[in-house]
Ligand binder design. Structure first.
Ligand code: ADP
Ligand code: MG
Length: 366
C-alpha cells in the first residue's frame, strides 16, 4: 500500500479543519504498517523434519512466514523421497539396484544416486578405500542394517568376512552411462549410510537458495550445513562429544558443513567386546582407536564421507588422509578423551571445558 502525501504530526496540529482528513490518513498509515509487517521478513522460522531416523532441524533467518512454510513442506517432501530411494535395506530404489547387481543385471538410478556414486568413487580413491560405500554386504553381515541398537551377539565368522573381501567390492567397479548402472562384481552392494546425511543437507540448502533464502541452517542432530547468518551474528553450532554432550561451539562462516562420525552410538556387543558400526573395508572389521572425528568443509557430502574415512584412518593416519582430501579443519577424539586437531580447527572451536588438546599439522603437499 502506498501513502502518496505523508502527513507529519506538525501538520496535524496546525489546522482543526484538516483533522478529519489527517485522522483518516493516520489510520491508513497504521494499517499500512500492519500490512507491511505481514509481508516483511520475520526474524527466525524453524521446523523439525524427519529423515533417515533422525530429527532434522531447519532454521531460516529473514524469510517470510509464507516462504518458510513453503520451504519446510518442500524439504520434508524431498527428505521423504531420499528416505525411500536411498535406504540400504528398506524396499526402494537402492535395494532394487543392489538386487540387480547381485543378479548381474544393469539397473536404472536417478541423478542423485549417480551423483553420490561419482563423489564416492573419487573419495574412495583418495582415501585408499577407507571410505567405500560398496561394502553393503559387509555392513549387512555385521548386522548393521538395522535401526535397533545395540545389537547383541558375537561378530561374524572370519570365513564369512573373507568370502566378501575376496571380491574386493568397490564403488569404482560401477560403470555409469547416463542413469544406467552396471557392474561385473556381484558383491558390490551400495550402502550410503556414511554419506547420505551429508548429501541430503547439501540438497536441502541448495533448494533453499533457489527459493531465494540465503540465511539458513539444516541440522541433523549435530551434522549440518549452514549458509549466511543469524541476523547480526553468525550461526553458532555445537561440536558433539563422544558419548553425550558437547565438546564446544563453532561459529559458521557463510557457507560451511560440520559433520561428526563416531564409534560410540551404534555398535554390536558380546560379552567380551563392542564392535562399532564403522568398518575398515580392507579388513572387514570395525575400527576402534578413534572415538569420533569432526570435519568442517564446504560441502556436506565431503564432510560426512571424510568424517567416516578419518575414523577408519585412525590416530596414526588421519592427518595424511585429511591432507589427501584437502581438509584443513579436522578434530579427532581418542578413546581416552584427548583431542587432536589441526591448527585451523583450533582457531575455530570454543571448547566448553578444560580438554587436553594436541595440535597436529596435516601435510598439504600430497
Ligand atoms: P554416523 O553419522 O552414524 O556416525 P557415519 O557417517 O560414519 O555414521 O556412517 C556410518 C555408516 O556408513 C554405517 O552405518 C554404514 O552404513 C556405513 N559405513 C560403515 N563403514 C563404512 C566405510 N568404511 N565407508 C563407507 N561407509 C561405511
Ligand atoms: Mg559419514
Amino acid at each position: 500500500m502506498r501513502v502518496d502525501s505523508p502527513v507529519s504530526t506538525l501538520d496535524l496540529n496546525a489546522n482543526a479543519a484538516r483533522r478529519g482528513l489527517a485522522g483518516r490518513m493516520v489510520i491508513a498509515s497504521l494499517l499500512c504498517l500492519v500490512l507491511l509487517a505481514a509481508c516483511q521478513p520475520e526474524e527466525e522460522h524453524s521446523a523439525e523434519l524427519f529423515v533417515f531416523g533422525t530429527i532434522v532441524e531447519v532454521k531460516l533467518w529473514g524469510a517470510t512466514r509464507e516462504q518458510a512454510n513453503q520451504a519446510f513442506a518442500e524439504i520434508q517432501q524431498m527428505f521423504q523421497g531420499m528416505h525411500r530411494d536411498w535406504h540400504a535395506w528398506e524396499p526402494g530404489r537402492l535395494v532394487d539396484i543392489n538386487q540387480a547387481f547381485t543378479n548381474g543385471q544393469p539397473a536404472k538410478a536417478d541423478p542423485d544416486i549417480v551423483e553420490m556414486i561419482r563423489k564416492s568413487q573419487s573419495i574412495e580413491q583418495r582415501t585408499e578405500g577407507r571410505f567405500n560405500p560398496a561394502i553393503g554386504a559387509l555392513v549387512r553381515l555385521w548386522g548393521f542394517h538395522t535401526s535397533e541398537y545395540p545389537i547383541v551377539g558375537p561378530p561374524p565368522k572370519q570365513a564369512e568376512i573373507d568370502a566378501i573381501l575376496l571380491h574386493n567390492p568397490s564403488s569404482r567397479d560401477i560403470h555409469i552411462e547416463g542413469l544406467q548402472l552396471s557392474t561385473d562384481n556381484p558383491l558390490v552392494q551400495l550402502d550410503f549410510g556414511g554419506i547420505a546425511k551429508g548429501y541430503a543437507v547439501d540438497l536441502a540448502i541448495r533448494h533453499l537458495q533457489k527459493m531465494g533464502i540465503s540465511n539458513a541452517i539444516v541440522n541433523a542432530g549435530g551434522d549440518l550445513r549452514a549458509v549466511g547468518r543469524h541476523g547480526d551474528r553468525p550461526w553458532r553450532v555445537a561440536v558433539r562429544k563422544p558419548g553425550a554432550g558437547i565438546l564446544g561451539a563453532v561459529e559458521i562462516r557463510d557457507d560451511e558443513s560440520l559433520f561428526t562420525s563416531g564409534n560410540y552410538e551404534r555398535f554390536r556387543q558380546d560379552e567380551q567386546e563392542r564392535y562399532p558400526h564403522i568398518l575398515d573395508p580392507r579388513s572387514g572389521w570395525p575400527v576402534e582407536d578413534v572415538a569420533s572425528v569432526t570435519v568442517i568443509a564446504a560441502e556436506g557430502i565431503l564432510a560426512d564421507a571424510a568424517a567416516t574415512a578419518l575414523v577408519v584412518a585412525g590416530l596414526d593416519n588421519w592427518p595424511a588422509v585429511a591432507g589427501t582430501l584437502g581438509l584443513t579443519q579436522v578434530l579427532v577424539v581418542d578413546e581416552s578423551g584427548t583431542v587432536y586437531l589441526t591448527p585451523e580447527m583450533e582457531q575455530r572451536v570454543e571448547f566448553s571445558g578444560d580438554i587436553e588438546q594436541v595440535v597436529v599439522e596435516t601435510p598439504t603437499d600430497l
